[in-house]
Structure formats: structure tokens, C-alpha cells
Design a protein around this ligand. Structure first.
Ligand code: HEC
Length: 172
């Protein structure tokens, strides 16, 4: 996106540059709207989950990963994560459960990008930062599948920014 606008400005000069400026202003107001919407959503009681879901911002109920992607994530999970978090994701000692009520308590209301970043930056805790973006996306897809969210036809993107508009929400 940034690369593309850069290329355009070089090619078309000032006109393209001002178009780029307009685009980024729209981008910022879009982001502000998203923040406000998130704040409004957070203030709503759980019973309005359906209304929240239909407000336009994406959620984990919108089939945001593929089964194949989750399958690859499962392979990485078994090799890299299960020793601490357990084969059934129930958690062992200090390593918390990645499923069940604790998982929902931690993540509901948060953007999927926070889970992506948490794994990308901190996990596996004995070798943090060792996973490539696509592997992290596969792990997130696996966690979503394991926690009962629906798979779909389009893979989850391997970049935190793309995941910031997808929220964990209670079942609509
Ligand atoms: C060596 C043990 C160990 C390994 C391996 C490990 N984790 Fe963790 N994980 C932890 C511990 C301990 C915590 C809690 C403390 C912390 O955040 O460092 C944690 C926290 C987390 C959290 C935050 C959970 C929450 O609800 O707050 C996530 C998500 C997570 N791990 C995912 C993973 C994934 C995915 C992998 C495999 C790539 C992985 N972990 C590998 C020990 C481990």
C-alpha cells in the first residue's frame, strides 16, 4: 500500500501526492471511527452480541481462516507449543490454557492482532521471536478452529495490521 502510493507519486507528481494525502486522511478518520465503534461496543451488554456483530467491523465469527491453514498451525503447535500449553491446550503450570473460559476471558473484546502479536513477540517463551509471520497466522488459525470458530475460504493474513479489524466476540 505504502510502496504503491510511493510509486504513484513518483509517476504522477503533485496530483497523485495530494490524492495520497486525501487517502491517508480518510484512513485516519476510518481508524478513529473504528476506535470509537470499539469503545461503543465495549460498553454494550453481552446480550447485544448479534447487534454488535452486524455493525460492520469483522469478528472471529466471519470465517476468517481456512481449515488447511489451521491444519498447518496444528503441526507447529504440536512441535513448538504443546510441551508447555498441553496437547489439549489446557495449560501446564505457568503456561495458561489456550481454550475454554480463561481463553475467552482474556481475548473477548480484543482484536485478533493482539493474539497475533502476543505469539509473534513472546512465544514460544523459550525462544521468542523465532516464528515467521505465516507460521504465527497458522497458529492463530489453529487456536480459532480449536476454540470453535468457523473456517472459511480465505486465509488469515500474516500481518498484525490486517488482523486489527477482526475482534473476538461472544457467539452472535
Ligand atoms: C517454554 C514454555 C512455553 C512454550 C514452548 C510456549 N509457551 Fe506460550 N506461554 C508460556 C507461559 C509461561 C505463558 C504465560 C506467561 C507469559 O506470557 O510469558 C504463555 C503465554 C501464552 C499466551 C498468552 C495466553 C493468555 O491467555 O494470556 C499465548 C497465546 C501463548 N502462550 C501461545 C503460545 C504458542 C502459540 C506457542 C507455540 C508457538 C507457545 N505459546 C509456546 C509458556 C510457553
Amino acid at each position: 500500500m505504502i510502496e504503491e502510493s510511493g510509486r504513484q507519486s513518483r509517476r504522477y507528481g503533485a496530483a497523485a501526492r495530494s490524492a495520497t494525502c486525501r487517502r491517508s486522511v480518510i484512513g485516519i478518520s476510518g481508524a478513529l471511527t473504528a476506535v470509537l465503534t470499539a469503545m461503543q461496543l465495549a460498553a454494550m451488554p453481552v446480550g447485544t452480541a448479534l447487534a454488535r456483530h452486524s455493525l460492520g467491523s469483522g469478528s472471529v465469527w466471519d470465517s476468517v481462516f481456512t481449515l488447511a491453514q489451521a491444519g498447518r498451525g496444528e503441526v507447529t503447535y504440536s512441535a513448538t507449543c504443546a510441551s508447555c500449553h498441553g496437547d489439549s491446550l489446557a495449560g501446564i503450570n505457568d503456561a495458561p490454557a489456550l481454550t475454554g473460559p480463561d481463553f475467552h476471558k482474556t481475548w473477548d473484546g480484543n482484536a485478533l492482532s493482539s493474539l497475533f502479536n502476543r505469539i509473534s513477540n513472546d512465544m514460544p517463551s523459550d525462544n521468542p521471536g523465532s516464528l515467521a509471520g505465516p507460521q504465527v497466522a497458522e497458529l492463530v488459525a489453529f487456536l480459532l478452529r480449536y476454540n470453535g470458530y468457523p473456517a472459511g475460504k480465505v486465509e488469515l493474513a500474516a500481518a498484525a495490521e490486517s488482523l486489527s479489524m477482526i475482534r473476538f466476540l461472544p457467539k452472535p
